[in-house]
Design a protein. Structure first.
Ligand code: HSE
Length: 597
């Protein structure tokens, strides 16, 4: 055990949260946990790695947390910019030098914000000036002294992921300053403290803080690391002034890799070491379908060969995809071939119910886990398939079946575990919502539908979208999680939007048209559910779901409401949700942390 030491570094006295900060903490954490995720330059190594950061954000979002992302500059950008300043002058003015280097963080944060939004999560980029992050002291190694957390609080309370560039602030006179090498970590902690975040995780390219070079034999990982040991540690994973700040404010810092299930925790108390994780092993995967969503999921999996060994991809016409894959031999047409390599995970994205149903049943029967986005199949056979999965000890995950990347099933599951759910109301179909918005802008019904198909929102056969059945199937899945796990699919009354093709009467002033899914229970506990066109007031949550966006409002028995929203259809949002499910399966199949001997 590394403690006690004779040469204990001087640590600041813990300074428990001052009354104002405590008030903020209480107000924010009553409803939602807030987590600050900081992505370093090794994680944002280049544009191609931004998707990994987005997956990490989504992992937190679907767990019901509100997320603030702090970004470092990408790769070597900071060094390159410092070099550039040196090429211009050997005596740079500190404010201009700081402003030039801060460009690296602004550039990466803007790209991360765009990528989070493209994956379907509402994201807002804030500038250090908007949060008035003020610093004191050396302009290139400054101390943060104050900030205005209200813009961040406003955005996270509205359900948005907030993205901030790290490293930079402003001095008393408004000049740009820098927080020193590794300063984005300090930005993350400072922001976490002022937002009342329950967690602050510094995402690194190693999964934790080690007692030696993590690549060296016998290196052990700290499960817990005291502030004093962190400051004394030769591995300066986190700058000392950042650890001192955490100590002063009695905050814990998590240090871990992307997807970490056991980050090192820096905080009060004795340090403890554990044996590191065994290297993850790739899981044998069979994919069913390589269409709009399948192609997106495939791209995510191919970028993680340490976790995914894609053995087979079942498609109707292999010749269509042969030149799109490095190894076309994995393509197959024969359903039996799917099981030839004993897959541990089947990812079903072919849609339809007969072949998909048959293959999922075979997979689950063999104890193979399944991830599917197939709401039609889950609404029809989900009760039976779940029972089979439970009997065989397999996982059956269908998060992407409802709401694209809007974590609706997760939210309802989480709420139903602890609270009474009184009603559900939402916009659950992106295609029809897109058509309704386009028609409100004077497009014709058939033009709007064709555009929704072109953009990849609609099902292969859009009858289920426009007929309201897609939304009804999703509502059925939500009701099963909220109230009745065995609810039959035909319990939902359905009308669609097809009548608008012939006749689209005006809506009342101050209202817009939405295909609304609603459910509640009657006095006997029976579920009443329906999908129908409704005029809804402009400015309401339902009206504010635009184009392919979806929203779900969960009314709770204690009078509170939970609202989840984002992009409900399209390749990348849906692929994000599918990939989050596959990651969950992969994590479950990895060996667990073993304590050090
Ligand atoms: N066709 C569906 C929609 C796709 O438009 O919402 C996502 O389930």
């Amino acid at each position: 055990m590394p403690r006690p030491r004779d040469n204990q570094p001087h640590l600041p006295e813990p300074n428990r949260p001052e009354p104002r900060a405590r008030r903020v903490t209480e107000r924010l954490t009553v409803e939602h946990d807030v987590v600050v995720l900081k992505f370093g330059s090794s994680i944002l190594a280049h544009e191609g790695t931004i998707a990994d950061a987005v997956h990490e954000v989504y992992r937190e979002v679907r767990s019901g947390r509100r997320v603030v992302v702090v970004c470092s500059a990408m790769g070597n950008t900071t060094d390159d910019l410092a070099k550039r300043a040196g090429e211009i002058t050997d005596k740079p003015h500190p404010a201009a030098y700081a402003a030039l280097l801060a460009v690296g963080e602004s550039h990466s944060a803007a790209q991360v914000a765009l990528a989070i939004d493209a994956a379907g999560m509402p994201a807002i980029l804030l500038d250090p000036a908007q949060i008035d992050l003020r610093t004191h002291g050396d302009p290139v190694n400054a101390e943060p002294v104050s900030m205005d957390a209200s813009p961040i609080k406003r955005e996270i309370e509205a359900g948005n992921v907030v993205v901030l560039p790290g490293f930079a602030g402003r001095d008393e006179r408004g000049f740009t300053t820098l927080l020193g090498r590794g300063g984005s970590d300090l930005t993350a902690l400072f922001v976490a403290h002022h937002c009342g975040a329950t967690r602050c995780r510094l995402v690194k390219d190693v999964d934790g803080w080690y007692d030696a070079d993590p690549k060296s034999a016998g290196a052990r990982k700290y499960a817990h690391l005291s502030y004093a040991d962190a400051i004394a540690s030769p591995a300066q994973i986190v700058q000392s002034k950042c650890v001192e700040y955490a100590c002063k404010h009695a905050m814990v810092i998590e240090v871990g890799a992307l997807g970490s299930v056991a980050p090192s925790v820096v905080g009060e108390g004795e340090s403890t070491l554990v044996a590191p994780h065994a290297t993850p092993r790739p899981v044998r995967v069979a994919m069913l379908g390589l269409g709009t969503v399948g192609g997106g999921v495939m791209r995510h999996m191919l970028s993680a060969p340490d976790r995914y060994d894609i053995r087979r991809v079942l498609v109707r016409d292999p010749s269509k995809y042969a030149d799109k894959l490095e190894d076309a031999s994995i393509l197959c047409q024969d359903a039996d071939a799917v099981f030839a390599d004993d897959p541990e995970l089947v990812v079903e994205l072919i849609g339809g119910t007969s072949l998909a149903g048959d293959l999922l049943e075979r997979a689950l029967d063999r104890g193979c886990s399944v991830v599917t986005a197939n709401k039609a199949l889950m609404a029809r056979d989900g009760v039976r398939l779940r029972a089979l999965a439970d009997t065989r000890g397999a996982k059956l995950l269908d998060s992407a079946a409802v709401g694209g990347s809007v974590p609706m099933l997760e939210a309802v599951r989480r709420l139903a575990a602890h609270r009474e759910i009184v009603s559900l109301a939402g916009v659950l179909n992106g295609t029809t919502n897109f058509i309704l918005d386009q028609m409100a802008r004077d497009s014709r019904y058939d033009e709007a539908l064709a555009e929704a198909q072109r953009l990849g929102f609609a099902e292969a056969d859009p009858t289920a979208d426009v007929g309201g059945f897609d939304a009804a199937q999703k509502l059925c899945l939500l009701c099963r999680v909220a109230w009745d796990p065995a609810l039959p699919e035909d319990s939902v009354e359905v009308t669609g939007i097809e009548s608008l093709a012939q006749n689209a009467p005006d809506v009342d002033r101050g209202h817009v048209r939405r295909l609304v899914a609603r459910a509640s229970r009657n006095g006997d506990g029976a579920v009443l559910a329906r999908v129908a066109l409704e005029p809804v007031p402009e400015g309401s949550e339902l009206a504010r779901a635009h184009d392919e966006q979806n929203v779900l409002i969960v009314q709770l028995g204690d009078g509170r409401r939970e609202v989840v929203k984002g992009r409900g259809a399209g390749r990348w949002p849906t692929a994000e949700a599918v990939f989050a499910d596959t990651e969950q399966v992969v994590r479950a199949l990895q060996p667990r942390l073993a304590p050090a001997q």
